[in-house]
Design a protein around this ligand. Structure first.
Ligand SMILES: Nc1ncnc2c1ncn2[C@@H]1O[C@H](COP(=O)(O)OP(=O)(O)OP(=O)(O)O)[C@@H](O)[C@H]1O
Length: 266
């Protein structure tokens, strides 16, 4: 049995803080409004799932949380996203700060064409860590944290492309952990994986929430039900319902949520 992250923070549920407070967020791609008056409080050390049919704004929303969205030309926003006390949409906000605090895992595993070791050491090196011993420790801790150490410890210098898709995805999670983030954003992280790899990533997410706040976009409603504490149902750029996952899947308040989770559309 592998150990995961070394020291889990012990947080009294009463003392949990809001990690992201989104207020009246609107977002346009040119003339097309993709997000409409989004209001969501995302709590730390929880898994929050974002569900909804294709094109409803799920990816747009999580890419706004790390401001990756601004790479798209012509994007405009209004409203606020307060992360740890600061509005990240404010012009004066230093986006570099966010880059060191918020990691992201994408739908398709996207390791660099480098060795397994270098994939994980890359972020810490960029942040100025040069000491080989320190880097070795970070690489091992991150790979353990992502539950892949035992599978790769004897081939750290081999190219990451030689790993299976599921292993590559866990390597990408290790790459995130290496920068010691506060939040991990996951955009359909298991949709390209087989069922066994999916299960491994889901188990990993359960472990990681002890140390990190996780926001996961998923099309897989069973997955949202299995791993998240709260779920937001998006539809046509709006949040229709946001509450405890148990409630969303057992007694949703909005007819549209019920129709979606029972497979009537989407
Ligand atoms: N780069 C872009 N340029 C212009 N419009 C975009 C861009 N990306 C997304 N959109 C539009 O914004 C809306 C929301 O898209 P988004 O990708 O956020 O939805 P989604 O819920 O994540 O969908 P899916 O489940 O299919 O990934 C859609 O109408 C989409 O066409």
């Amino acid at each position: 049995m592998e150990t995961t992250t070394a020291t889990a923070k012990i947080i009294n549920p009463q003392e949990k803080q809001i990690v992201y407070k989104t207020s009246d967020l609107d977002l346009w791609y040119g003339d097309n409004q993709a997000l409409k008056k989004i209001n969501l409080d995302i709590m730390e050390n929880e898994v929050t799932a974002i569900i909804g049919p294709s094109g409803c704004g799920k990816s747009t929303y999580i890419k706004t949380l790390n401001r990756m969205i601004e790479l798209v030309p012509g994007v405009r926003t209004s409203g606020e996203i307060v992360y740890r006390g600061k509005n990240i949409l404010d012009k004066s906000y230093q986006v570099e700060e966010l880059r060191t605090k918020v990691g992201m895992v994408f739908q398709k595993p996207n390791p660099f064409p480098k060795s397994i070791y270098e994939n994980v050491a890359y972020g810490p090196k960029i942040h100025g860590i040069r000491d080989k011993k320190v880097l070795d420790q970070i690489v091992e801790k991150s790979l353990r944290g992502a539950a892949i150490w035992d599978e790769v410890k004897d081939r750290l210098n081999q190219n990451a492309y030689g790993l299976s898709g599921g292993q590559q995805q866990r390597l990408c999670i290790a790459r995130c952990l290496a920068i010691e983030p506060d939040v991990i954003l996951m955009d359909e992280p298991t949709s390209a994986l087989d069922p066994i790899s999916t299960l491994k990533v889901e188990e990993l997410v359960q472990e990681l929430k002890k140390d990190f706040s996780i926001i996961i976009v998923t099309h897989n409603m069973q997955q949202a039900a299995r791993i998240s504490k709260k779920t937001a149902f998006f539809l046509n750029g709006e949040v229709v319902e946001f509450s405890e996952t148990n409630k969303i899947f057992s007694t949703p308040e909005d007819k549209r949520t019920e129709d979606y989770i029972t497979g009537r559309f989407g």
